[in-house]
Design a binder for this molecule. Structure first.
Ligand code: GTP
Ligand code: MG
Length: 441
């Protein structure tokens, strides 16, 4: 038993019960006695506490096993929010024999009862924790089983191959071994698919965690002003002293439903005698190298164009060139900059051209990555393990080793993939996964 709705004030609060006792408690605490209950039907009426006194008018529903989230008998009470009435009702359920659910216990049971595989169960948590629309969409694809079925396809192929090898091991005399060429074909297919999933995983990570959006430019160009403007608050120090920002600053931001990780950096210039500034500049360069998107801020009022170093840093990266300080008048060299946004970050109106340009870039980047997968750390590690086993298998194949050795590597790869779906996963690992869930899910 748990409250399934978030704590605090709200329209409704839902108390959910799962297990054999659930229907009995439902019948006991619903104020209009019924002889016959229909599954998955909402009933409106008084909800009672254990001593029979009505505490609310609400909706109740029974979901007959196995047609419920957990696969068990499930009952729900939909009461008025916030959580005071829900707590009162839970007290009654406790006295009538129910117990509090542990974090993630409903989903754990759904997994145990075969309603979801482990990757789907993890997707439930990913979905709940999504901070952007895109992250949520990726999680729901996992919940629908897109990722699991890709894993299953590879595993299925590997098990097919393993069956052939095992036949060869058991009946070597009658069953001829697979010709090397065919084995290599099978290997390549599995390996390429796995490799692609790892790549898709990398893309999914960037999208779900936030596209690393690095603000880069010379000292005093207006980088921190841009950071503050995007965040809508004074996060970074802004002064007219060149070299104000020393260290990198990171803040999350959502643009057009897509999560970004905004990074303000120290201004970069060709040389400096200041050790701290040099270290800051080093970090800025590292950040630029890792960026998914660079917001390149240039003081357009400066009579000199930017240092060539910047062109090199942004050359092969998605970037947006922002010619700032337009309010002071842009220098003649800016006319040659074709794809640039001319703006003044000092006031809101002057900064307006920033938004459509940024949204366009972010959407383009996210669009390029529509074919991505959001992986948990555990899934990522299992895929890597499978990849390692496949690489070993390749060596075993090329060394012309016998079927027994091939089977060993093949089995290891299939097992690593099976772990993603929750096959042969230890209780300890399950505990670790489900203990990070919120209560009531
Ligand atoms: N006139 C004008 N001044 C601006 C504009 N944008 C920023 N500034 C000013 O330029 C100065 C430097 O701004 P910052 O945002 O601190 O610049 P920065 O790039 O972060 O500088 P460092 O951290 O030193 O590398 C501040 O005095 C800002 O007020 C603009 O559009 N027009
Ligand atoms: Mg700064």
């Amino acid at each position: 038993m748990a409250i399934a709705t978030p704590p605090g004030e709200g329209g409704v609060a839902i108390v959910r019960l799962s297990g054999p006792l659930a229907p009995r408690l439902l019948a006991r605490l619903y104020g209009r006695p019924r002889v016959y209950w229909e599954s998955h039907k909402l009933y409106y009426g008084p909800v009672l506490q254990a001593d029979g006194e009505a505490i609310d008018q609400g909706l109740v529903v029974w979901m007959k096993a196995p047609h419920s989230y957990t696969g068990e008998e499930v009952a729900e009470f939909h009461l008025h929010g916030g959580s005071a009435l829900a707590h009162l009702l839970m007290q009654s359920c406790l006295t009538l024999g129910a117990r509090l659910a542990r974090p993630g216990e409903f989903t754990l049971r759904a997994f145990m009862n075969g309603k979801l595989d482990l990757a789907q169960a993890e997707a439930v948590q990913q979905l709940i924790q999504s901070r952007s629309l895109v992250a949520a969409r990726l999680a729901s694809r996992n919940l629908l089983g897109h990722f699991s079925s890709q894993v299953e396809q590879i595993r299925h192929d590997l098990l097919d191959w393993l069956a052939l090898l095992e036949a060869e091991i058991d009946f070597g005399d009658e069953v001829p071994g697979l010709p090397l060429e065919q084995s290599l074909q099978r290997w390549t297919r599995a390996h390429d698919r796995l490799e692609r999933m790892l790549q898709q995983g990398q893309g999914g990570k960037a999208l779900a965690d936030g596209l690393r959006t690095v603000i880069l430019g010379a000292p005093n160009a207006g980088k921190s002003t841009l950071m503050n403007l995007l965040l809508g608050r004074q996060r970074a120090l802004v002064t007219d002293v060149a070299g104000t920002t020393r260290d990198t600053l990171e803040e999350p931001l959502v643009v057009a439903g897509i999560a970004l990780l905004l990074v303000d950096t120290a201004g970069v210039r060709p040389t400096t005698d200041d050790l701290v500034e040099r270290l800051g500049m080093e970090r800025a360069r590292q950040e630029a190298a890792q960026a998914d998107l660079i917001l390149w801020v240039v003081d357009g009022h400066d009579p000199d164009p930017p240092e060539p170093e910047f062109y090199a840093a942004v050359f092969d990266k998605p970037h947006l060139l922002l010619l700032n300080k337009a309010d002071l008048g842009l220098a003649p060299w800016t006319n040659t900059a074709e794809v640039a946004v001319r703006l003044s970050l000092l006031e809101k109106e002057g900064a307006e051209p920033l938004w459509p340009a940024l949204e366009k870039w972010v959407q383009r980047l996210a669009g390029q990555q529509h074919d991505v997968i959001r992986l948990t750390q555990r899934q990522w590690e299992s895929l890597l393990q499978a990849q390692q086993s496949l690489l070993r298998l390749r060596e075993t194949l090329e060394a012309g080793m016998s079927a027994e050795f091939l089977a060993l590597d093949l089995r290891a790869a299939a097992q690593a993939l099976g772990q993603i779906q929750g096959l042969n996963v230890s209780e300890e690992i399950l505990d670790r996964i489900f203990s990070t869930f919120c209560l009531g899910k």
